[in-house]
Design a protein around this ligand. Structure first.
Ligand code: NAD
Ligand code: UDP
Length: 351
């Protein structure tokens, strides 16, 4: 009988991680989560178990703790790792770069060492569209030049470089069990699981557009500031590729499957854009929210936010071709699902 595969999910209590755990459990994988709960709550794990009626092996652990990771690898027969754990606030990374390099880059190095020692060399890594910097054109393809405009982005770029180097080294040495790595470059994940039980639960005032819109609509915040209306876009506000977090989560399962396919047979480290290929402006988002939910969103036009780019959306063709994956949910689905979570959990997991 075929053995059930066991996946270690770092950062599995977080926003994207918890949604991916649901998809993994529903697809029949065993799931082991390592999370230090810095930006998440154990309640997220409990809710994933409630949605799926299955159990997660949860470890409250920092990925910088090598001995702790070794114990996890010894306690479970892990087949592959999905690595979400990381700090992700761009503004904070500019103020505390050392903390970001330590947590994200060193944390990943420690994880890689633990994986190597355990002989587990299949990895799906959470990268970001931020590695394209300010792209010269859109839609963005995986072979576009890479750059970063802030320390957070640089941690993603550095980790991608490290992972490419590890993979190349194995190929040069003809290692029998070479690294097989998928770099998933996410565009802008929003929305929530259809149950409304799990969702994005920002610790402080949200930095990202969608959680901010939700908190204005629910009355927690008074007014959205739209950062700039003089960009070269159809209405002057910034354009992004918003993707439903459940579509994104499903992309991780497709990436895991791809690591077992022929085109990874010799080992490789490959990037994939996970986006929809559609760009929506800030005003498109606000207007669609008001239409679909029927609630007003009070906003004002504010100056541009430093470091923001005008337009960013994916060419998802390679992911579709190589992973057999494409985003299926509409912008209305994303907004309705995000609102369901916000309305039923106005204080996030503390509700
Ligand atoms: P999140 O903060 O909700 O989840 C990250 C999880 O990692 C949290 O539960 C946190 O407690 C945990 N964590 C952080 N450092 C850790 C450490 N040292 N040891 C153990 N656990 C640790 O963030 P998310 O939105 O789910 O993002 C997941 C990943 O995807 C991150 O790497 C992020 O950079 C990347 N990403 C996110 C977005 C986005 O817009 N949400 C976009 C692109 C890439
Ligand atoms: N944005 C905004 N007000 C906010 C937060 C974001 O106008 O309070 C804009 C931002 O300038 C960008 C878009 O919304 O054009 C998406 O921003 P977000 O921070 O969600 O994602 P990112 O900038 O990382 O793509």
């Amino acid at each position: 009988m075929k053995k059930t595969m066991t996946i270690l999910v770092t950062g599995g209590a977080g926003y994207i991680g918890s949604h991916t755990c649901v998809e993994l459990l529903e697809a029949g994988f065993n799931v082991v989560v390592v999370d230090n709960l810095f930006n998440s709550k154990h309640e997220a794990i409990r809710r994933v178990e409630q949605i799926t009626h299955q159990e997660i092996s949860f470890y409250e652990l920092d990925i910088l703790d090598k001995h702790g990771l070794d114990r996890v690898f010894r306690s479970h027969e892990i087949d592959a790792v999905i690595h979400f754990a990381g700090l992700k606030a761009v503004g904070e990374s500019c103020l505390q770069p050392a903390r970001y390099y330590q947590n994200n880059v060193n944390g990943t190095l420690v994880l890689l060492e633990a994986m190597h020692d355990a002989g587990v060399k299949k990895l799906v890594f959470s990268s970001s569209a931020t590695v394209y910097g300010d792209p010269q054109s859109v839609p963005i393809r995986e072979d576009f030049p890479l750059s970063a405009t802030n320390p957070y982005g640089r941690t993603k770029l550095m980790i991608e470089d490290i992972l490419r180097d590890f993979s190349t080294a194995d190929q040069l040495a003809n290692t029998p069990n070479p690294w097989k790595i998928a770099l998933l470059r996410y565009f802008n994940p929003i929305g929530s699981h259809v149950s409304g039980l799990i969702g994005e639960d920002p610790r402080d005032i949200p930095n990202n557009l969608m959680p901010y819109v939700l908190q204005v609509a629910v009355g927690k915040l008074s007014q959205l500031s739209i950062f700039g209306d003089d960009y070269p876009t159809h209405d002057g506000t910034g354009v992004r590729d918003y993707i439903h977090v459940v579509d994104l989560a499903k992309g991780h399962l497709k990436a895991l499957a791809a690591l077992n396919k022929d085109f990874y047979a010799e080992g490789a480290c490959r990037p994939f854009n996970l986006g929809t290929g559609n760009g929506y402006s800030v005003l498109d988002m606000v207007n669609t929210f008001q239409q679909v939910i029927g609630k007003p969103v009070n906003y004002k036009i504010a100056p541009r936010r430093s470091g923001d780019i005008a337009v960013c959306y994916a060419d998802p063709a390679y992911a579709e071709h190589a992973l057999d994956w494409r985003a299926e949910k509409s912008l209305a689905d994303m907004i309705v699902d995000a609102w369901r979570w916000q309305e039923s959990n106005p204080l996030g997991y503390d509700s």
